[in-house]
Write a protein that binds this ligand. Structure first.
Ligand code: SAM
Length: 317
């Protein structure tokens, strides 16, 4: 076989794969239909190992500073945890503080919070496969435990935790007020909530165009998101819990986290073995995520989506 023919066959294979992946993306979205649909989606993403092989143990964006600096995606994810802990004042808490990580993924942030600051961390996720994997990845010497639990029905008494940490979980939750109420309920008096999430622009200020509405719909249906809050509306949810003496404070790290979307794709190119060693199915699955990652990049670049930060202190009395 000549080299030319081999190249043609490879290009044909690539074209067919990309077409197949795009058809799967468009016609087989993973819509939210209750908490079980989120659990199933994360169970599959965990069991096929694709996310972990590509992006490591953190399923959240990286922190690249402002102006952004070039850095390794996995390093940027670890930097994100440090930067958010600093922004939220968590790094001032004494070792031994009890922290609840709501929507903990496979425990990347929980382990880092335990090892960096000596916290005792409990991580909860709706996905049994994630909890099992989090336990496998956690060395016995770390004070970290994990449980399957719905964020809307936390099996903890009121006032159990010194801080609650939640990263990129809220877009999977339809009842935003119920979520805010649960996060604040389990905090001790004076306890800290630190949250970071994908939010949509406040459409009561600037309504969405037809194109923007279509993009938002794709961002919801592709990754089991029932709805995005705006930064403003989720801070109103926190204030409405009645558990705060002072209004929640917010931040916007859309710029600081923006390189993550393209890095999520280039990781696959930099580490082709990570995907290809899982077989052709994994390659198609990886390609299937590319349109959503590109739309996320576009939406965060244009201010349609915003990376919101929230901190709130539970009333002391
Ligand atoms: C994008 S991942 C973020 C994971 C983790 N916070 C991290 O930063 O690596 C979203 C997480 O939220 C969890 N989640 C979604 N809905 C949930 C619910 N109702 N209750 C508990 N966890 C939920 C998912 O299982 C997943 O672990």
């Amino acid at each position: 076989m000549t080299t030319g023919l081999i190249i043609c066959l490879l290009l044909l294979f690539l074209l067919l794969t990309l077409t197949f992946a795009f058809v799967a993306w468009y016609f087989l979205p993973r819509r939210f239909s209750g908490e079980q649909s989120v659990a199933n989606a994360y169970d599959r993403w965990t069991q096929d190992q694709l996310l972990e092989r590509l992006w490591g143990e953190h399923i959240h964006l990286g922190y690249y500073g402002k102006p952004t600096k070039r850095r390794d995606f996995r390093q940027a994810k670890a930097d994100f945890v440090r930067a958010l802990a600093h922004w939220g004042g968590l790094d001032k808490l004494p070792p031994g503080s009890r922290i609840l990580d709501v929507g903990c993924g496979i425990g990347g942030s929980s382990r880092l919070l335990a090892s960096l600051y000596g916290f005792e961390v409990v991580g909860v996720s709706i996905s049994p496969a994630q909890v099992e994997r989090a336990r496998q990845l956690t060395p016995a010497k770390l004070s970290c435990s994990f449980a399957v639990m719905d964020a809307l029905n936390l099996k903890f008494d009121a006032s159990e935790f010194d801080a609650v940490w939640t990263v990129e979980c809220a877009p999977h939750i339809a009842n935003k007020q119920g979520f805010a109420d649960e996060l604040m309920r389990v905090l001790k008096p004076g306890g800290l909530l630190v949250a970071a999430d994908w939010n949509q622009r406040d459409h009561s200020v600037t309504p969405f165009s037809g194109l923007e509405s279509w993009v938002l719909e794709q961002l919801r249906v592709q990754w089991a998101h029932p709805a995005f809050s705006s930064i403003n509306s989720f801070s109103e949810n926190l204030n409405a819990t009645g558990a705060l003496d002072h209004p929640a404070q917010t931040g916007n790290w859309s710029i600081e986290t923006l390189p993550s979307w393209i890095a999520s794709i280039t990781e696959g190119i930099k580490r082709p073995g990570a995907v290809l060693s899982l077989g052709p199915n994994a390659f198609i699955k990886a390609c299937r995520e590319i349109p959503t990652l590109l739309l996320m990049h576009w939406a965060f670049s244009n201010g349609l989506m915003q990376f919101g930060l929230f901190k709130a202190e539970r009333r002391r009395r």
